[in-house]
Design a protein around this ligand. Structure first.
Ligand code: NAD
Ligand code: DAU
Length: 373
Protein backbone atom coordinates (compact mmCIF):
# COMPACT_ATOMS: atom_id res chain seq x y z
CA UNK A 1 0.00 0.00 0.00
CA UNK A 2 1.09 3.55 -0.63
CA UNK A 3 -0.05 6.45 1.46
CA UNK A 4 -1.06 9.82 -0.01
CA UNK A 5 -0.26 13.41 0.81
CA UNK A 6 -0.48 14.53 4.41
CA UNK A 7 0.16 10.99 5.64
CA UNK A 8 3.36 9.10 6.41
CA UNK A 9 5.27 7.54 3.52
CA UNK A 10 6.97 4.15 3.37
CA UNK A 11 9.69 5.02 0.93
CA UNK A 12 11.63 1.82 1.07
CA UNK A 13 8.63 -0.35 0.28
CA UNK A 14 7.58 1.99 -2.53
CA UNK A 15 11.03 1.81 -4.13
CA UNK A 16 10.79 -1.98 -4.17
CA UNK A 17 7.33 -1.85 -5.77
CA UNK A 18 8.48 0.71 -8.36
CA UNK A 19 11.49 -1.38 -9.36
CA UNK A 20 9.35 -4.45 -9.99
CA UNK A 21 6.74 -2.77 -12.18
CA UNK A 22 8.87 -0.54 -14.31
CA UNK A 23 8.39 -2.63 -17.47
CA UNK A 24 4.68 -3.30 -17.06
CA UNK A 25 1.83 -1.33 -18.52
CA UNK A 26 0.70 0.82 -15.64
CA UNK A 27 -2.95 1.71 -15.27
CA UNK A 28 -4.35 3.99 -12.61
CA UNK A 29 -7.92 3.11 -11.62
CA UNK A 30 -9.46 5.74 -9.37
CA UNK A 31 -12.22 4.80 -6.92
CA UNK A 32 -11.53 1.06 -7.18
CA UNK A 33 -12.44 0.48 -3.52
CA UNK A 34 -16.02 1.44 -4.41
CA UNK A 35 -18.81 -0.58 -5.98
CA UNK A 36 -18.11 -0.51 -9.74
CA UNK A 37 -14.39 0.25 -9.42
CA UNK A 38 -13.77 -2.91 -7.39
CA UNK A 39 -15.29 -5.05 -10.15
CA UNK A 40 -13.24 -3.24 -12.81
CA UNK A 41 -10.01 -3.62 -10.81
CA UNK A 42 -10.66 -7.34 -10.23
CA UNK A 43 -11.28 -7.91 -13.94
CA UNK A 44 -8.11 -6.06 -14.99
CA UNK A 45 -5.84 -7.57 -12.31
CA UNK A 46 -6.94 -11.13 -13.16
CA UNK A 47 -7.25 -10.78 -16.93
CA UNK A 48 -4.07 -8.79 -17.55
CA UNK A 49 -1.24 -10.18 -15.40
CA UNK A 50 1.26 -8.14 -17.45
CA UNK A 51 -0.40 -4.87 -16.44
CA UNK A 52 0.15 -3.24 -13.09
CA UNK A 53 -3.08 -1.85 -11.64
CA UNK A 54 -2.89 1.04 -9.18
CA UNK A 55 -6.06 1.68 -7.19
CA UNK A 56 -6.17 5.29 -5.99
CA UNK A 57 -8.95 5.77 -3.45
CA UNK A 58 -9.66 8.12 -0.56
CA UNK A 59 -11.74 5.46 1.22
CA UNK A 60 -14.77 7.63 1.85
CA UNK A 61 -17.82 5.99 3.44
CA UNK A 62 -18.34 4.27 0.04
CA UNK A 63 -14.79 2.93 -0.32
CA UNK A 64 -14.11 -0.42 1.26
CA UNK A 65 -10.92 -2.46 0.87
CA UNK A 66 -12.87 -5.57 1.82
CA UNK A 67 -14.30 -5.38 -1.71
CA UNK A 68 -10.82 -6.25 -3.02
CA UNK A 69 -9.56 -8.77 -0.50
CA UNK A 70 -9.30 -11.52 -3.15
CA UNK A 71 -6.83 -9.50 -5.24
CA UNK A 72 -4.99 -7.32 -2.73
CA UNK A 73 -1.99 -9.65 -2.50
CA UNK A 74 -1.58 -10.07 -6.26
CA UNK A 75 1.82 -8.90 -7.51
CA UNK A 76 0.25 -6.70 -10.22
CA UNK A 77 -1.93 -4.68 -7.81
CA UNK A 78 -1.08 -1.70 -5.59
CA UNK A 79 -3.44 0.30 -3.41
CA UNK A 80 -2.70 4.01 -3.02
CA UNK A 81 -4.57 5.95 -0.33
CA UNK A 82 -5.18 9.51 -1.52
CA UNK A 83 -7.59 12.25 -2.49
CA UNK A 84 -8.07 13.34 -6.11
CA UNK A 85 -8.96 16.81 -4.86
CA UNK A 86 -5.32 17.30 -3.84
CA UNK A 87 -3.77 18.45 -7.14
CA UNK A 88 -0.16 18.50 -5.93
CA UNK A 89 -0.39 14.94 -4.65
CA UNK A 90 -1.96 13.77 -7.92
CA UNK A 91 0.78 15.37 -10.03
CA UNK A 92 3.48 13.79 -7.82
CA UNK A 93 1.83 10.40 -8.19
CA UNK A 94 1.82 10.70 -11.99
CA UNK A 95 5.47 11.85 -11.98
CA UNK A 96 6.46 8.95 -9.84
CA UNK A 97 4.65 6.13 -11.63
CA UNK A 98 4.37 7.44 -15.20
CA UNK A 99 1.00 5.76 -15.79
CA UNK A 100 0.14 4.64 -19.31
CA UNK A 101 -3.57 4.88 -18.75
CA UNK A 102 -6.23 6.15 -16.36
CA UNK A 103 -9.68 4.69 -15.75
CA UNK A 104 -11.40 7.31 -13.66
CA UNK A 105 -14.30 6.16 -11.48
CA UNK A 106 -13.70 7.99 -8.19
CA UNK A 107 -16.70 10.15 -7.45
CA UNK A 108 -19.37 11.09 -5.00
CA UNK A 109 -22.12 8.97 -6.52
CA UNK A 110 -25.39 9.23 -4.56
CA UNK A 111 -28.06 11.67 -5.79
CA UNK A 112 -29.70 12.10 -2.36
CA UNK A 113 -26.36 13.06 -0.78
CA UNK A 114 -25.78 15.58 -3.57
CA UNK A 115 -29.06 17.30 -2.66
CA UNK A 116 -27.84 17.60 0.96
CA UNK A 117 -24.26 18.63 0.20
CA UNK A 118 -23.61 19.76 -3.39
CA UNK A 119 -20.16 21.22 -2.70
CA UNK A 120 -18.61 17.83 -1.95
CA UNK A 121 -19.77 16.74 -5.41
CA UNK A 122 -18.23 19.81 -7.03
CA UNK A 123 -14.94 19.16 -5.26
CA UNK A 124 -14.54 15.45 -6.01
CA UNK A 125 -16.40 15.12 -9.31
CA UNK A 126 -15.31 18.37 -10.97
CA UNK A 127 -12.09 19.56 -9.29
CA UNK A 128 -10.86 16.00 -8.76
CA UNK A 129 -11.39 15.16 -12.43
CA UNK A 130 -9.62 18.34 -13.58
CA UNK A 131 -6.67 17.52 -11.28
CA UNK A 132 -6.35 14.12 -12.96
CA UNK A 133 -6.63 15.67 -16.44
CA UNK A 134 -3.95 18.25 -15.57
CA UNK A 135 -1.58 15.60 -14.27
CA UNK A 136 -2.08 13.29 -17.26
CA UNK A 137 -1.62 16.20 -19.63
CA UNK A 138 1.54 17.41 -17.89
CA UNK A 139 3.15 13.97 -17.88
CA UNK A 140 2.06 12.76 -21.32
CA UNK A 141 2.52 16.05 -23.22
CA UNK A 142 4.38 15.50 -26.45
CA UNK A 143 4.08 11.74 -26.19
CA UNK A 144 0.45 10.70 -26.28
CA UNK A 145 1.12 7.48 -28.13
CA UNK A 146 -0.29 4.46 -26.27
CA UNK A 147 -1.81 6.70 -23.60
CA UNK A 148 -5.46 6.86 -22.65
CA UNK A 149 -7.65 8.79 -20.19
CA UNK A 150 -10.94 6.92 -19.71
CA UNK A 151 -13.66 8.82 -17.88
CA UNK A 152 -16.52 6.77 -16.43
CA UNK A 153 -19.75 8.74 -16.46
CA UNK A 154 -23.48 8.29 -16.11
CA UNK A 155 -26.67 8.41 -18.17
CA UNK A 156 -28.02 10.99 -15.69
CA UNK A 157 -26.18 13.74 -17.58
CA UNK A 158 -28.81 13.42 -20.34
CA UNK A 159 -31.64 14.38 -18.00
CA UNK A 160 -35.03 12.71 -17.93
CA UNK A 161 -37.13 10.93 -20.58
CA UNK A 162 -40.90 10.76 -20.93
CA UNK A 163 -42.64 7.44 -21.53
CA UNK A 164 -40.83 6.86 -24.81
CA UNK A 165 -37.42 7.31 -26.43
CA UNK A 166 -33.82 6.63 -25.45
CA UNK A 167 -30.60 8.43 -24.60
CA UNK A 168 -28.11 8.34 -27.50
CA UNK A 169 -24.47 9.42 -27.49
CA UNK A 170 -25.46 12.74 -29.09
CA UNK A 171 -28.42 13.48 -26.80
CA UNK A 172 -28.01 17.02 -25.41
CA UNK A 173 -26.94 17.26 -21.78
CA UNK A 174 -29.71 18.30 -19.37
CA UNK A 175 -28.70 17.37 -15.80
CA UNK A 176 -31.14 18.05 -12.95
CA UNK A 177 -29.46 17.04 -9.71
CA UNK A 178 -26.24 18.44 -8.21
CA UNK A 179 -24.77 14.93 -8.77
CA UNK A 180 -25.64 14.80 -12.47
CA UNK A 181 -24.62 18.45 -12.94
CA UNK A 182 -21.20 17.67 -11.45
CA UNK A 183 -20.79 14.59 -13.68
CA UNK A 184 -21.90 16.60 -16.74
CA UNK A 185 -19.36 19.26 -15.87
CA UNK A 186 -16.60 16.68 -15.55
CA UNK A 187 -17.55 15.17 -18.94
CA UNK A 188 -17.27 18.64 -20.52
CA UNK A 189 -13.81 19.13 -19.00
CA UNK A 190 -12.66 15.76 -20.32
CA UNK A 191 -13.77 16.66 -23.87
CA UNK A 192 -12.28 20.15 -23.54
CA UNK A 193 -8.86 18.63 -22.73
CA UNK A 194 -9.04 16.56 -25.90
CA UNK A 195 -10.08 19.54 -28.04
CA UNK A 196 -7.67 22.02 -26.47
CA UNK A 197 -4.57 19.97 -25.69
CA UNK A 198 -5.05 16.80 -27.73
CA UNK A 199 -5.27 14.60 -24.61
CA UNK A 200 -6.38 11.09 -25.71
CA UNK A 201 -9.69 10.68 -23.90
CA UNK A 202 -12.69 8.39 -24.05
CA UNK A 203 -15.98 8.56 -22.13
CA UNK A 204 -18.75 6.11 -21.35
CA UNK A 205 -22.17 6.92 -19.91
CA UNK A 206 -23.80 4.01 -18.15
CA UNK A 207 -27.24 3.29 -16.73
CA UNK A 208 -28.03 2.09 -13.17
CA UNK A 209 -25.77 -0.71 -11.96
CA UNK A 210 -26.70 -3.43 -9.49
CA UNK A 211 -24.84 -6.38 -8.01
CA UNK A 212 -22.50 -7.36 -5.17
CA UNK A 213 -20.64 -4.72 -3.10
CA UNK A 214 -23.01 -1.81 -3.72
CA UNK A 215 -23.30 0.49 -0.72
CA UNK A 216 -26.76 0.08 0.85
CA UNK A 217 -27.83 3.68 0.32
CA UNK A 218 -28.81 2.82 -3.27
CA UNK A 219 -32.24 1.36 -4.03
CA UNK A 220 -31.52 -2.36 -4.46
CA UNK A 221 -29.13 -3.07 -1.54
CA UNK A 222 -31.01 -0.64 0.73
CA UNK A 223 -34.31 -2.40 0.14
CA UNK A 224 -32.81 -5.91 0.41
CA UNK A 225 -31.31 -4.93 3.76
CA UNK A 226 -34.58 -3.42 4.96
CA UNK A 227 -36.63 -6.43 3.83
CA UNK A 228 -34.35 -8.75 5.72
CA UNK A 229 -34.56 -6.56 8.85
CA UNK A 230 -38.33 -6.01 8.57
CA UNK A 231 -37.89 -2.27 8.14
CA UNK A 232 -40.15 -0.01 6.03
CA UNK A 233 -39.30 0.28 2.31
CA UNK A 234 -39.30 4.04 1.58
CA UNK A 235 -40.62 4.33 -2.00
CA UNK A 236 -40.18 7.88 -3.31
CA UNK A 237 -43.35 9.43 -4.75
CA UNK A 238 -45.58 6.84 -6.38
CA UNK A 239 -42.74 4.52 -7.33
CA UNK A 240 -43.38 5.21 -11.01
CA UNK A 241 -39.87 6.34 -11.95
CA UNK A 242 -38.11 4.07 -14.41
CA UNK A 243 -34.47 2.98 -14.37
CA UNK A 244 -32.51 0.78 -16.81
CA UNK A 245 -30.58 -1.79 -14.72
CA UNK A 246 -27.27 -3.39 -15.69
CA UNK A 247 -25.39 -6.07 -13.75
CA UNK A 248 -22.14 -4.54 -12.48
CA UNK A 249 -19.85 -7.19 -14.02
CA UNK A 250 -21.33 -6.40 -17.42
CA UNK A 251 -20.40 -2.75 -16.88
CA UNK A 252 -16.85 -3.87 -16.06
CA UNK A 253 -16.57 -5.91 -19.28
CA UNK A 254 -17.89 -2.94 -21.27
CA UNK A 255 -15.20 -0.73 -19.71
CA UNK A 256 -12.56 -3.33 -20.65
CA UNK A 257 -13.74 -3.43 -24.27
CA UNK A 258 -14.00 0.35 -24.58
CA UNK A 259 -10.63 0.96 -22.88
CA UNK A 260 -8.88 -1.39 -25.30
CA UNK A 261 -10.83 -0.95 -28.51
CA UNK A 262 -12.62 2.41 -28.50
CA UNK A 263 -11.17 5.27 -30.54
CA UNK A 264 -9.89 8.43 -28.88
CA UNK A 265 -12.49 11.16 -28.51
CA UNK A 266 -15.41 8.71 -28.70
CA UNK A 267 -18.34 8.37 -26.33
CA UNK A 268 -20.14 5.08 -25.71
CA UNK A 269 -23.47 4.58 -23.97
CA UNK A 270 -23.70 1.44 -21.83
CA UNK A 271 -27.06 0.03 -20.76
CA UNK A 272 -28.96 -3.13 -20.02
CA UNK A 273 -32.09 -2.65 -22.18
CA UNK A 274 -33.72 -3.60 -18.93
CA UNK A 275 -36.20 -0.97 -17.81
CA UNK A 276 -38.10 -1.33 -14.58
CA UNK A 277 -40.61 0.92 -12.86
CA UNK A 278 -39.30 1.21 -9.28
CA UNK A 279 -42.44 -0.24 -7.72
CA UNK A 280 -42.39 -3.29 -10.01
CA UNK A 281 -38.73 -3.93 -9.25
CA UNK A 282 -39.39 -3.56 -5.52
CA UNK A 283 -42.22 -6.12 -5.72
CA UNK A 284 -39.90 -8.59 -7.46
CA UNK A 285 -37.32 -8.13 -4.66
CA UNK A 286 -40.05 -8.67 -2.04
CA UNK A 287 -41.23 -11.85 -3.77
CA UNK A 288 -37.76 -13.38 -4.09
CA UNK A 289 -36.88 -12.40 -0.51
CA UNK A 290 -40.08 -13.99 0.83
CA UNK A 291 -38.94 -17.24 -0.75
CA UNK A 292 -35.33 -16.96 0.47
CA UNK A 293 -36.39 -16.03 4.01
CA UNK A 294 -39.13 -18.67 4.17
CA UNK A 295 -41.84 -16.03 4.64
CA UNK A 296 -45.47 -16.34 3.52
CA UNK A 297 -45.88 -14.91 0.00
CA UNK A 298 -46.85 -11.20 0.24
CA UNK A 299 -45.23 -10.67 3.68
CA UNK A 300 -42.39 -8.38 2.58
CA UNK A 301 -44.61 -6.28 0.29
CA UNK A 302 -46.43 -5.08 3.41
CA UNK A 303 -43.24 -3.16 4.29
CA UNK A 304 -43.71 -0.81 1.32
CA UNK A 305 -44.16 2.78 2.53
CA UNK A 306 -44.72 5.61 0.05
CA UNK A 307 -42.72 8.66 1.17
CA UNK A 308 -42.04 12.22 -0.02
CA UNK A 309 -40.51 12.24 -3.48
CA UNK A 310 -36.86 13.05 -4.18
CA UNK A 311 -36.46 16.71 -5.18
CA UNK A 312 -36.00 17.06 -8.97
CA UNK A 313 -36.58 13.31 -9.37
CA UNK A 314 -35.88 12.26 -12.98
CA UNK A 315 -38.80 10.24 -14.33
CA UNK A 316 -37.13 7.81 -16.70
CA UNK A 317 -33.68 6.78 -17.89
CA UNK A 318 -33.22 4.45 -20.87
CA UNK A 319 -29.96 3.92 -22.70
CA UNK A 320 -29.51 3.01 -26.34
CA UNK A 321 -26.23 1.09 -26.45
CA UNK A 322 -26.42 0.08 -30.15
CA UNK A 323 -23.17 1.89 -30.93
CA UNK A 324 -21.21 -0.15 -28.39
CA UNK A 325 -22.85 -3.34 -29.59
CA UNK A 326 -22.31 -2.66 -33.32
CA UNK A 327 -18.84 -1.12 -33.18
CA UNK A 328 -17.19 -3.09 -30.37
CA UNK A 329 -19.39 -6.18 -30.10
CA UNK A 330 -20.33 -5.75 -26.43
CA UNK A 331 -23.69 -6.74 -25.02
CA UNK A 332 -24.87 -7.59 -21.50
CA UNK A 333 -24.29 -11.23 -20.61
CA UNK A 334 -26.89 -11.63 -17.86
CA UNK A 335 -30.65 -11.60 -17.99
CA UNK A 336 -32.15 -9.56 -15.15
CA UNK A 337 -33.81 -12.58 -13.50
CA UNK A 338 -30.39 -14.23 -13.16
CA UNK A 339 -28.64 -11.01 -12.12
CA UNK A 340 -31.09 -10.14 -9.35
CA UNK A 341 -31.01 -13.72 -8.03
CA UNK A 342 -27.18 -13.60 -7.91
CA UNK A 343 -27.30 -10.20 -6.23
CA UNK A 344 -29.79 -11.29 -3.58
CA UNK A 345 -27.75 -14.44 -2.88
CA UNK A 346 -24.60 -12.33 -2.49
CA UNK A 347 -26.22 -10.04 0.09
CA UNK A 348 -27.71 -13.03 1.93
CA UNK A 349 -24.29 -14.71 2.07
CA UNK A 350 -22.35 -11.58 3.02
CA UNK A 351 -24.17 -10.47 6.13
CA UNK A 352 -20.85 -9.52 7.75
CA UNK A 353 -20.02 -7.13 4.89
CA UNK A 354 -23.44 -5.50 5.24
CA UNK A 355 -23.10 -5.26 9.01
CA UNK A 356 -19.69 -3.63 8.71
CA UNK A 357 -20.78 -0.98 6.22
CA UNK A 358 -24.07 -0.22 7.97
CA UNK A 359 -22.61 0.26 11.43
CA UNK A 360 -21.51 3.65 12.79
CA UNK A 361 -22.06 6.68 10.54
CA UNK A 362 -24.48 4.84 8.26
CA UNK A 363 -27.08 4.89 11.05
CA UNK A 364 -26.83 8.69 11.35
CA UNK A 365 -27.09 9.04 7.57
CA UNK A 366 -30.20 6.84 7.51
CA UNK A 367 -31.94 8.76 10.29
CA UNK A 368 -31.19 12.11 8.66
CA UNK A 369 -32.28 11.09 5.16
CA UNK A 370 -35.48 9.28 6.05
CA UNK A 371 -36.66 10.94 9.30
CA UNK A 372 -38.88 13.64 7.73
CA UNK A 373 -40.01 11.84 4.59
P1 NAD B 1 -19.18 4.42 -5.18
O1 NAD B 1 -19.74 5.59 -4.43
O2 NAD B 1 -19.56 3.05 -4.78
O3 NAD B 1 -17.58 4.49 -5.13
C1 NAD B 1 -16.87 5.67 -5.31
C2 NAD B 1 -15.42 5.43 -4.88
O4 NAD B 1 -14.69 6.66 -5.08
C3 NAD B 1 -15.27 5.06 -3.41
O5 NAD B 1 -14.35 3.99 -3.27
C4 NAD B 1 -14.71 6.32 -2.76
O6 NAD B 1 -13.91 6.07 -1.63
C5 NAD B 1 -13.90 6.92 -3.91
N1 NAD B 1 -13.74 8.38 -3.77
C6 NAD B 1 -14.72 9.28 -3.49
N2 NAD B 1 -14.18 10.52 -3.41
C7 NAD B 1 -12.84 10.39 -3.66
C8 NAD B 1 -11.76 11.30 -3.72
N3 NAD B 1 -11.95 12.62 -3.49
N4 NAD B 1 -10.53 10.84 -4.01
C9 NAD B 1 -10.32 9.50 -4.23
N5 NAD B 1 -11.31 8.59 -4.16
C10 NAD B 1 -12.57 9.03 -3.88
O7 NAD B 1 -19.51 4.71 -6.70
P2 NAD B 1 -19.95 3.71 -7.87
O8 NAD B 1 -21.40 3.51 -7.81
O9 NAD B 1 -19.03 2.57 -7.87
O10 NAD B 1 -19.64 4.64 -9.14
C11 NAD B 1 -18.35 4.69 -9.72
C12 NAD B 1 -18.37 5.63 -10.90
O11 NAD B 1 -19.31 5.18 -11.86
C13 NAD B 1 -18.78 7.06 -10.55
O12 NAD B 1 -18.00 7.94 -11.31
C14 NAD B 1 -20.24 7.13 -10.97
O13 NAD B 1 -20.59 8.45 -11.33
C15 NAD B 1 -20.25 6.21 -12.16
N6 NAD B 1 -21.52 5.53 -12.44
C16 NAD B 1 -22.18 4.86 -11.45
C17 NAD B 1 -23.35 4.16 -11.75
C18 NAD B 1 -24.11 3.38 -10.70
O14 NAD B 1 -25.20 2.90 -10.98
N7 NAD B 1 -23.58 3.20 -9.50
C19 NAD B 1 -23.86 4.19 -13.05
C20 NAD B 1 -23.16 4.91 -14.03
C21 NAD B 1 -21.99 5.56 -13.71
O1 DAU C 1 -28.34 6.09 -13.80
C1 DAU C 1 -27.07 5.95 -13.28
C2 DAU C 1 -27.05 6.42 -11.84
O2 DAU C 1 -27.77 5.45 -11.10
C3 DAU C 1 -25.65 6.59 -11.28
O3 DAU C 1 -24.99 7.61 -11.98
C4 DAU C 1 -25.71 6.94 -9.78
O4 DAU C 1 -24.40 7.00 -9.26
C5 DAU C 1 -26.50 5.86 -9.08
O5 DAU C 1 -26.64 6.20 -7.72
C6 DAU C 1 -27.88 5.69 -9.71
O6 DAU C 1 -28.71 6.85 -9.47
P1 DAU C 1 -30.26 6.71 -9.08
O7 DAU C 1 -30.67 7.94 -8.39
O8 DAU C 1 -31.07 6.26 -10.24
O9 DAU C 1 -30.15 5.45 -8.06
P2 DAU C 1 -30.81 5.17 -6.62
O10 DAU C 1 -30.49 3.76 -6.28
O11 DAU C 1 -30.49 6.23 -5.63
O12 DAU C 1 -32.37 5.25 -6.93
C7 DAU C 1 -32.98 4.43 -7.90
C8 DAU C 1 -34.46 4.81 -7.97
O13 DAU C 1 -35.08 4.42 -6.74
C9 DAU C 1 -34.70 6.29 -8.12
O14 DAU C 1 -35.83 6.50 -8.95
C10 DAU C 1 -35.00 6.76 -6.70
C11 DAU C 1 -35.68 5.56 -6.08
N1 DAU C 1 -35.48 5.40 -4.61
C12 DAU C 1 -34.18 5.40 -4.15
C13 DAU C 1 -33.92 5.29 -2.79
C14 DAU C 1 -32.52 5.34 -2.27
C15 DAU C 1 -36.55 5.21 -3.76
O15 DAU C 1 -37.73 5.18 -4.20
N2 DAU C 1 -36.30 5.10 -2.42
C16 DAU C 1 -35.04 5.15 -1.89
O16 DAU C 1 -34.89 5.05 -0.65
Amino acid sequence: MEVGAGLSWEDHQTRIITRKIVHMKKILITGAAGFIGSHVARLFVNKYPDYHIFNLDKLTYAGNLENLKDIDKKPNYTFVLGDIVNGEFILDLFKKHQFDGVIHLAAESHVDRSIENPMEFVMTNVIGTVNLLNAANAIWKGNYSGKRFYHVSTDEVYGSLGDEGFFYEDTAYDPHSPYSASKASSDHFVRAYQDTYGLPVIISNCSNNYGPNQFPEKLIPLFLNNIRNNKPLPVYGKGENVRDWLYVEDHATAIDVIYHQGANGETFNIGGHNEWKNIDLIKVMCKVMDKKLGREPGTSEKLIAYVTDRAGHDLRYAIDSTKLQNELGWKPSLQFEEGIEKTIDWYMQNEEWLKNVTSGTYQKYYEKMYKDR
